[in-house]
Design a protein around this ligand. Structure first.
Ligand code: NOJ
Length: 542
C-alpha cells in the first residue's frame, strides 16, 4: 500500500518554529583567551559541538560594552563588543561560522535601560535642558519630600535614585546603575531601532528582548496598588510581590512599539528573523498580549510556564493544557525549562525527573529553548560567599543567580576544559568528576546528553514532532501522555513523572523509538509499561 505523504500543517514553517534553540550564557560557555570569562571566540570554537547536538539557533546573552554591574545587562555601548568578550570582528566570524553550520544567531536586545555609564545617560544627567535631557525618566522630589512614587526596583529597594548633578530622581527598574530609558520620547525609539538595524546588518537572525514588559510605564507614573493576595513564593520575592505592577509593567502602550519593531525585523522576509520577548508575567492573558492582537507583535513570548512548576509534586500536564487551550489560532508556543535567571531544572526536579522534563521540552508542540548545560543535567553549583558575583544576591540574599550561571564543564578536569589550567574561572565549577561533563557524557550512549541529542535527531526526522498538532491522552496519575500528528504520522509520548512503575493504556499498536533511559526499542500493543520517571517517544502504526 502506498503511504500518504507526511505533510506539515502548513506548507513550510520558518526555522524558529521547526527548530530547537539553545541559550548560551556567554560568560560561561568557553573561555578562549584565558581570562576566566567565556567569550565569543569560545562560542565559535564550540559551534561544532552545537551542530553535533543538533540545535538550529543560539541565543547569546549580552556581549556589548558594559561595566558589568549586571553582567552585560547594563550596556554602555550597544554598537560594540566588550573587550572581555572579543571584538566586532569576532562577532562577524561567529555569525559566518554559525551560518556555515546552519545555526542561526539570536542576540539579546536590552531596551528598557542602559548603563549609567552610557554617553546618553551622562549627557542626560548633565542638564535639565540639553538635547538628551528627556531620554531617561527624571522626576522632581515630591513637595512633601518623598519619592516620585511607590515603585520598586526588582533588585530591591525603591526604583528611584537621587542624582546630585541634576538635582532630580531618575527611575531604575533594576540596579541604580541601570537607568530606564524614556521610550515615550520618539528620539529614544529612533536611536534604539537603529541599534537593531546595526545588528541586522551584521547578519543576526533575531532578537531576544529583555524585559519587554517594562519599556512603557503609566504616563502619569501613578503608584502601584497593593497586592491583596501576595504570593510570597512568587517570582521575584515577597517585597516585589506586595504590589500589583499595573503601572510599571505590561503597559498597553508598549504594544504599538513592538508592532513597529516586528515590521522592522520582518522587513526582509527571506531573512526569516525571529522576535522573542522576555515576559515574566504569570498571568496568561497578559502574556498572550505579546503575540499581538493580530499576531503582529512578537513571534513568540518566551514560555516560562514550566519554570515555576513543582516537578516533585505533580505532572506538568495541567500547565501545558492551560497554555495550549489559551493560545489563539496560529500562535506558536514556546517552552523553557531553565535560563540564566532561574535555578537549574535538575536541581529543582532531581536528575531523573530532569531527564523526563527534557524529553517533554523537546517533544511538546512549540519551540523549545534549551539552557546551556541542561543537556548534561547540570545542577546549581553552591557559591561560597566570597565567590558571589550577582548583585541581586547582595541586595536580596537568596535571589542570587550565580548558581545557574557556572562554567560549562567540557571535560572532567578541575577547570572543566572551560578555561586554561591554573586559571580561576569567574564562577566556580561544581561537581567535576561526577560525570556531568560533555566528554564523559558524549562517550556514554545512555547519558542525558546522548538522550537529548537523540530526541533532537528524532525531531528532525519526524515532522509530527517538530511541527505536528498536539492532543493529550488519558493517563494514570503522574503520567503525561500526548499525541503529535502531522499527516499520517502519529507520535506518542508517555512520560512518567512519578516514582512508581505504571502501565498506560494506549489502545494502539506502536513502536518505542526512544526511552529516556536509552535502553529500549520494543513494540507495544494496547498498553505501554513505564518505569519510574521514564518517558518514551513512540510511533503509532496505522
Ligand atoms: C532580565 C535578564 O534576563 C536578567 O538577567 C537581567 O538582570 C534583567 N533582565 C535586567 O536587564
Amino acid at each position: 500500500m502506498r503511504r500518504a505523504p507526511v505533510t506539515a500543517p502548513r506548507a513550510r514553517l520558518p526555522w524558529w518554529q521547526r527548530g530547537v534553540l539553545y541559550e548560551i550564557y556567554t560568560r560561561s560557555f568557553l573561555d578562549e583567551d584565558g581570562d576566566g570569562v567565556g567569550d565569543l571566540a569560545g562560542v565559535v570554537e564550540r559551534l561544532d559541538y552545537l551542530q553535533w547536538l543538533g540545535v538550529d539557533g543560539i541565543w547569546l546573552t549580552p556581549f556589548y560594552r558594559s561595566p558589568m554591574c549586571d553582567f552585560g545587562y547594563d550596556i554602555s555601548d550597544y554598537l560594540d563588543v566588550d573587550p572581555v568578550f572579543g571584538t566586532l570582528e569576532t562577532f562577524d566570524v561567529l555569525v559566518a561560522e554559525a551560518h556555515r553550520r546552519r545555526i542561526r544567531v539570536i542576540v539579546d536586545y536590552v531596551p528598557n535601560h542602559t548603563s549609567d555609564q552610557h554617553p546618553w545617560f551622562l549627557e542626560s544627567r548633565s542638564s535639565r535642558e540639553g538635547p538628551r535631557s528627556d531620554w531617561y525618566i527624571w522626576r522632581d522630589i515630591r513637595q512633601d519630600g518623598g519619592l516620585p512614587n511607590n515603585w520598586l526596583s526588582l533588585f530591591g529597594g525603591p526604583a528611584w535614585q537621587w542624582d546630585e548633578q541634576r538635582q532630580q530622581y531618575y527611575l531604575h527598574t533594576f540596579l541604580r546603575e541601570q537607568p530606564d530609558l524614556n521610550w515615550r520620547n520618539p528620539e529614544v525609539r529612533h536611536a534604539m531601532f537603529d541599534v537593531a538595524r546595526f545588528w541586522m546588518a551584521r547578519g543576526v537572525d533575531g532578537f531576544r528582548i529583555d524585559v519587554a514588559g517594562a519599556i512603557m510605564k503609566d504616563p502619569d507614573l501613578r503608584d502601584n496598588p497593593a497586592n491583596q493576595q501576595p504570593n510570597p513564593s512568587g517570582a521575584f520575592g515577597s517585597t516585589w510581590g506586595a504590589q500589583l505592577h499595573v503601572n510599571d509593567f505590561n503597559h498597553p502602550d508598549a504594544g504599538g512599539i513592538w508592532r513597529l519593531f516586528r515590521t522592522l525585523v520582518d522587513d526582509d522576509p527571506g531573512a526569516e528573523r525571529v522576535l522573542m520577548a522576555e515576559v515574566s508575567s504569570e498571568h496568561l492573558p497578559t502574556w498572550l498580549r505579546y503575540y499581538g492582537d493580530r499576531l503582529d507583535g512578537f513571534h513568540q513570548p518566551f514560555g516560562f510556564h514550566l519554570l515555576h512548576h513543582d516537578w516533585a509534586r505533580s505532572s506538568p500536564q495541567p500547565v501545558v493544557e492551560r497554555v495550549e487551550a489559551a493560545l489563539p489560532r496560529g500562535a506558536w508556543p514556546n517552552w523553557v525549562l531553565g535560563n540564566h535567571d532561574q535555578h537549574r531544572v535538575a536541581s529543582k526536579a532531581g536528575p531523573e525527573r530532569a531527564r523526563a522534563a527534557m524529553l517533554l521540552l523537546l517533544t511538546l508542540r512549540g519551540t523549545p529553548v534549551l539552557y546551556y548545560g541542561d543537556e548534561l543535567g547540570l545542577m546549581d553549583v553552591p557559591i561560597p560567599p566570597e565567590r558571589v558575583r550577582d548583585p541581586w544576591e547582595w541586595t536580596v540574599p537568596g535571589q542570587g543567580r550565580d548558581a545557574a550561571r557556572t562554567p560549562m564543564p567540557w571535560d572532567p578536569s578541575a577547570t572543566g576544559g572551560f578555561t586554561r589550567p591554573g586559571v580561576q574561572p569567574w564562577l566556580p565549577l561544581g561537581a567535576s568528576g561526577r560525570g556531568l561533563d560533555v566528554a564523559t557524557q558524549s562517550a556514554d550512549p545512555a547519558s542525558m546528553l546522548s538522550m537529548t541529542r537523540e530526541v533532537i535527531r528524532l525531531r528532525r526526522e519526524h515532522p509530527a514532532l517538530a511541527m505536528g498538532s498536539y492532543r493529550s491522552l488519558d493517563a494514570p496519575e503522574g503520567v503525561f501522555a500526548y499525541l503529535r500528528r502531522a499527516g499520517e504520522e502519529r507520535m506518542l509520548m508517555a512520560i512518567n513523572f512519578s516514582g512508581g512503575a505504571v502501565d498506560v493504556a494506549v489502545r494502539q499498536h506502536g513502536r518505542v523509538l526512544l526511552s529516556s533511559t536509552m535502553d529500549r526499542s520494543d513494540s507495544f500493543a494496547c498498553e505501554l509499561s513505564l518505569r519510574p520517571f521514564e518517558g518514551v517517544v513512540g510511533v503509532l502504526e496505522s
